[in-house]
Design a protein around this ligand. Structure first.
Ligand SMILES: [Zn+2]
Length: 66
């Protein structure tokens, strides 16, 4: 029963993650996944609210992913 609930929750989590809005991991705000400020890094696309946040991420991606 517990594992059933766990797999249900991970399915829901995946569902939410797959559909946006996306989180700007530099400043923490939600951004539309239609924004032009995005970077592909390690097979994932990261979205940003502005060119500033995008450049911060590009300078040191690992800092924000960790
Ligand atoms: Zn931002």
């Amino acid at each position: 029963m517990v594992s059933k609930l766990g797999s249900f929750l991970s399915k829901v989590g995946f569902h939410l993650e797959a559909r946006g809005p996306e989180l700007d991991i530099v400043c923490g705000m939600e951004v539309s996944n239609k924004t032009n400020y995005k970077v592909k890094y390690k097979n994932r696309i990261y979205f940003f609210c502005s060119d500033g946040c995008k450049s911060h991420f590009e300078m040191d991606p690992e800092k924000y992913i960790a």
